[in-house]
Design a protein around this ligand. Structure first.
Ligand code: APR
Length: 259
């Protein structure tokens, strides 16, 4: 059997293992990152073709940069992201997690993504750990608006109070919304299996969630074409592949195991 054959069978084994682990699991929680939305046309932040290859995150995604020059941040970040996020649709990675919820396996998704694609795929318990782009918030009175209802012909857009609107997302230098933090800790403390899909696991405190899951005795399974700092340290195994393809194969295998 050649190298290809061996890699293929190793992948087959991991798919079978993940299907069996999911079939046996009582409460599954997923942690997701930008990688799961790549197959929907949204670029990642890091690595080849990542947003941070083109822009310095401290210059366009840090709260100090937003306070210093909201027009510049709006023109770069928002314009770059908005058009892409508006046209993006859930892919098989998102749909696979939605199917796991329908099967009664997946309880909660903790996502670092601000694109709303998990909800669009049908998941009902999604913790937006880094906020969302679907809402804007006034920097003065904190009133929130649906992005769809915000007139973006004027940059930066303004609140009725005259304040500047900003995405209701977490910028570098800002805290994770407290409710998102404790709800995530709660969900992680109750899970017996965590799927970690499409995150480089370098941004804290999101990257701590698999560590907390491991501490509570949960099995941690990574899905990512690349290794991460969790691989071989915290995760029980890594399935090296694209989220959409891997989720399709796992669900097909689960059908076989009669789930
Ligand atoms: N399927 C699954 N994973 C993929 C795919 C794919 N098709 N393609 C790439 N990946 C993996 C990459 O190997 C990488 O590990 O997705 C990961 C994307 O990593 P990042 O771009 O760093 O995204 P993320 O981990 O979500 O970043 C965390 O950093 O910039 C901030 O606030 C931003 O929420 C973001 C946070």
């Amino acid at each position: 059997m050649g190298v290809w054959g061996r890699e293929h069978s190793a992948m087959d084994e991991l798919i079978k293992k993940a299907a069996a682990d999911l079939a046996a699991a009582r409460k599954v929680v997923a942690l997701t990152g930008a990688g799961i939305s790549i197959e929907s046309g949204i670029p990642p932040f890091r690595g080849k073709g990542g947003l941070w290859e083109r822009f310095d995150p401290m210059e366009v995604a840090h709260i100090d940069a937003l306070m210093r020059d909201p027009v510049r941040v709006w023109n770069i970040l928002v314009k770059e992201m908005k058009e892409i996020v508006d046209t993006a649709r859930p892919n098989d990675g998102h749909k696979g997690l939605a199917k796991l919820e329908q099967m009664g396996k997946l309880k909660t998704i903790i996502t670092q993504n601000i694109d709303g694609l998990h909800q669009a795929a049908g998941n009902t318990d999604v913790i937006e750990f880094h906020g969302s782009f679907a809402r804007q918030r006034c920097m003065d009175c904190h009133k929130k608006y649906e992005t769809l209802n915000v007139d973006l012909s004027e940059i930066p857009p303004r609140c009725g109070c005259g304040g500047i609107l900003r995405p209701d997302a977490v910028f570098f230098g800002e805290m994770i919304p407290p409710e998102a933090m404790w709800r995530s800790r709660q969900a992680v403390s109750e899970c017996d299996l965590m799927l970690v899909v499409g995150t480089s696991a370098v941004v804290q405190p999101a990257a701590l969630m698999p560590v907390f899951a491991k501490e509570t005795g949960a099995r941690v399974v990574e899905i990512n074409p690349e290794r991460t700092p969790l691989t071989g340290e915290i995760s029980d195994y890594l399935i090296r592949g694209k989220a959409g393809e891997v989720m399709n194969r796992i669900l097909t295998e689960m059908d076989f195991v009669g789930e």
